[in-house]
Design a protein around this ligand. Structure first.
Ligand code: H79
Length: 478
């Protein structure tokens, strides 16, 4: 039996806590037509991922060698080949310089775990086409072409498992190096590649060989596709690949970029039916959640590049990261936050420091994030305000960063970013409050609380316990 829920949602994109993009009407199916499981079976398969809430994205490849710099340019990273138009034979030479002798997968896992992250997703192969494990699919791989002479994925997968973290892999469908594809503008841009249609079947077989290895050798639990937007990759191709992969491991979780139906690219959700298990907003947080049964994950850089760029010191603060995580959780999504290790195998020190601070907040307040549901309060409260009509006659959505809410059975967590003064007041709707306390107060001293009809008031101390986010716990009658 196939149960299909189609949700209509309004999506406005919030770019890194600053600007709000045009609102869009999007559809996203909870259970795609090609997937024969029930929504209950799907919920069981998605359970660990849905509860995890916070993961580490790792972008690591040959682009770490030039470290973002080339011929006077300093703005490069994993799109190096496309941005420079460099010849394949010249780019290949970076492999001879890739020798990450400081790579310590235990240390990377420790950094993720100390940050409060519950899973890791690492690039197995980015658009550059260079495989980071010893694969039979292509000899353009780390074991065959670099002095390091061995793969880096399985050691990370094993270290993650030992620490109780889940492990996933990113895989680009577009390949700037593979002979099946040619650059869109030779000498200028590779993206989007053109496919030699006579070679497409063989290329898909190569992909399947490689993906089957990732499943068998690393037991990857997430396949995070990307580079799916070329005209030669279709939803039909995506459905076939999805079915093949779930056939190899029925528990696999696969993102929507396995198909080719993203609406508005970075918005990341699908138009129409879509393929895959979860939507992938990139560098933005949707204005609202998408209701039960629609899974999504915002991926975001910690500075302004995915791959390592030695000049990029535009780091987001721990406060921004914590509040983004809370914002996403309040809308029912996951946060996949990126680091770009350098060519020695080191995660940049500022990234480690910021993640450590985020982890300190989560050590105290994790109960209000992991395994929680979205805000129980109706409408947009705590997230966005609709303004009056502006210049172009259309209302605008302005992000509010005063507070957010998450929920669990018997509890609502109000995340106070701005201290509301002596009283927190909210239209509680169907929430019936019993008692309240601050999560960061070890004694959980009860706060004075009054609910008259829908209006709920909680009396607060003069000052926040944590200026980034003080969590007010409201115990409820469910
Ligand atoms: O893997 C990361 C990015 O490399 C990839 N997806 C995330 C997860 C990605 N694909 N497309 N985009 C990101 C957006 C494309 C942005 C571009 Fe550009 C603007 C491509 C060329 C101009 C960003 C800026 C990349 C190069 C310059």
């Amino acid at each position: 039996m196939t149960i299909r829920f189609v949700h209509r949602a309004i999506l406005a994109s919030l770019i890194a806590m600053s600007s709000v993009a045009q609102a869009q009407d999007l559809k996203q199916t909870a259970v795609p037509g090609h997937n024969t499981e029930t929504s209950e079976q799907r919920a069981a398969r998605m359970a660990w991922w849905r509860d995890a809430r916070f993961g580490m994205f790792i972008h690591w490849g040959l682009y770490a060698v030039p470290a973002g710099e080339w011929n006077g340019r300093k703005d490069l990273a994993e799109w190096f080949m496309d941005q420079t138009g460099i010849a394949r034979a010249d780019y290949e030479r970076f492999a001879a310089q890739f020798n990450p002798t400081k790579y310590d997968p235990e240390e990377w896992v420790r950094i993720a775990k100390d940050a409060g992250m519950k899973y890791i997703v690492i690039t197995s192969k980015h658009h550059e086409g260079f495989a980071m494990w010893d694969t039979k699919g292509t000899d353009y791989n780390i074991a065959k072409r670099t002095p390091y002479a061995k793969g880096v994925l399985k050691p990370l997968a094993d270290a993650a498992r030992r620490a109780g973290l889940h492990f996933g892999t990113y895989y680009s469908i577009m390949d700037w190096h593979d002979p099946s594809q040619s650059p869109a503008q030779p000498g200028k841009h590779y993206n989007p590649t053109k496919m030699d249609l006579a070679r497409k079947r063989a290329y898909i077989e190569e992909m399947k060989t490689e993906l089957a290895e990732l499943i068998r050798e690393t037991h990857t639990e997430v396949l995070w596709f990307d580079g799916e937007w070329m005209d030669w990759w279709t939803n039909e191709d995506g459905r076939e690949l999805y079915a093949y992969l779930r056939g190899l491991d029925p528990n696999l979780i696969i993102n929507n970029r396995v198909g080719n139906s993203r609406a508005g690219s970075l918005a990341g959700m699908d138009k129409g039916e879509g393929v895959g298990d979860f939507g992938t907003p990139e560098q933005n947080i949707p204005a609202r959640g998408f209701g039960p049964g629609v899974y999504w994950e915002t991926c975001m850089t910690l500075n302004d590049h995915w791959g390592y760029n030695k000049y990029d010191d535009h780091w987001k603060s721990p406060a921004v990261i914590v509040r983004n995580l809370v914002d996403i959780a309040s809308k029912g999504g996951n946060y996949l936050l990126n680091v770009g290790p350098d060519a020695t195998g080191t995660i940049p020190a500022p990234a480690v420091a910021i993640l450590g601070d985020v982890g300190s907040w989560l050590k105290v307040n994790g109960e209000s994030i992991y395994g929680t549901g979205p805000t129980p309060f109706a409408g947009d409260r705590g997230s966005y305000s609709k303004t009056e009509k502006s210049g172009d006659g259309k209302p605008k959505w302005i992000p509010r960063w005063d507070w957010r809410a998450t929920s669990k059975k018997g509890k609502v967590y109000v995340h106070l970013f701005e201290w509301p003064g002596k009283t927190f007041r909210v239209d509680a709707g169907d929430v019936h409050a019993k008692s309240a306390y601050l999560l960061a107060d070890p004694s959980h001293a009860p706060l004075q609380l009054a609910q008259n009809g829908k209006t709920l008031e909680v009396q607060l101390p003069d000052k926040p316990l944590d200026p980034v986010d003080t969590v007010l716990v409201i115990e409820t009658r469910d």
